[in-house]
Design a protein around this ligand. Structure first.
Ligand code: ADP
Ligand code: MG
Length: 257
């Protein structure tokens, strides 16, 4: 598109990354965990974040949806600055789905209720609409048959797929995954990665903290290697995983591969 045909809307949003992280710092007391992170994630892009334990990966994701308050820097999602003190943080957060290592399902209610309660409470959807959205998303993760089951009756892989369906039911523009398969028995990892692969294929914008290097190579558009609270190296997944340029990345990959 030429400069002259640009509309105001283009200038305001179309060229911006879906997630923009600028000069992000986070300290816990005198533990300076994030030390200046700059990262853009384009709409529809899948970015995998890798790095040693304690390097700040979870803190980075948690700062992106303000589960942790950054100590410095700015975070934008969909062009809205989440770090703006005047932002409607609840509204902004609704754009962001998050899936954790521990699935965090409500244990005392059915799978369907796990998906409908947040929609009703947070989005104010009526019962019928919430149920329809729940059904659609359970189908999406291949668990329509488990709608009436309780979490404890499901395998870990199924529970994590429910957690993904629950996040999707809120209609997020962005999905953040923090080691979604790390708590699973090895034979259950594949079913969760398959669901994530489908989501990526549908064009969901995703940030995924993972140790699954084959998933990163196959699905990620970009791999970011973090160590000591900084991004040490990033690039196309295949390049970072098979031909890293930095010593620290090579050391890490030698340990995990
Ligand atoms: P990673 O996910 O890469 O393993 P984390 O982001 O979980 O790393 O942790 C990075 C550092 O921040 C660690 O030193 C951890 O102890 C510290 N940290 C994380 N969350 C908190 C918290 N809520 N309070 C205090 N320290 C924290
Ligand atoms: Mg972590």
């Amino acid at each position: 598109m030429s400069r002259t045909t640009r509309t105001a809307a283009d200038t305001m949003g179309a060229d911006r990354a879906e997630i923009e992280i600028r000069g992000l710092h986070k300290s816990f007391g005198d533990n300076h965990v994030l030390r200046g992170i700059d990262l853009d994630v384009a709409r529809g892009e899948v970015v995998c974040v890798i790095g040693p334990s304690g390097s700040g990966k979870s803190t980075l994701l948690r700062c992106v949806n303000l589960l942790e308050e950054p100590s410095g820097g700015r975070v934008f999602v969909g062009g809205t600055e989440l770090t703006d003190p005047d932002v409607d943080i609840d509204a902004a957060r609704r754009r962001i789905g998050m899936v954790f290592q521990q699935f965090n399902l409500f244990p005392h209610v059915s799978v369907t209720a796990n998906l409908t309660l947040p929609q009703r409470r947070v989005l104010g959807r009526d019962k019928a609409e919430a149920a329809a959205v729940a059904r659609e998303n359970l189908e999406r993760v291949g668990l329509a048959a488990k709608a009436d089951a309780y979490p404890a009756q499901l395998s870990g892989g199924q529970q994590q797929r429910v957690a993904i369906a629950r996040a999707l039911s809120m209609g997020p523009e962005v999905m953040l995954f923090d080691e979604p398969t790390s708590a699973l028995d090895p034979e259950l990892v594949g079913e969760v990665l398959s669901v994530m692969r489908v989501l990526a294929g549908e064009g969901m914008t995703m940030m995924v903290v993972t140790h699954e290097m084959s998933f990163a190579r196959e699905v990620a558009d970009r791999v970011v290697f973090m160590d000591g609270g900084v991004i040490v190296e990033q690039g196309p997944a295949e390049q970072v995983v098979t031909r890293p340029t930095q010593e620290r990345t090579r050391d890490f990959l030698n340990r995990v591969l």
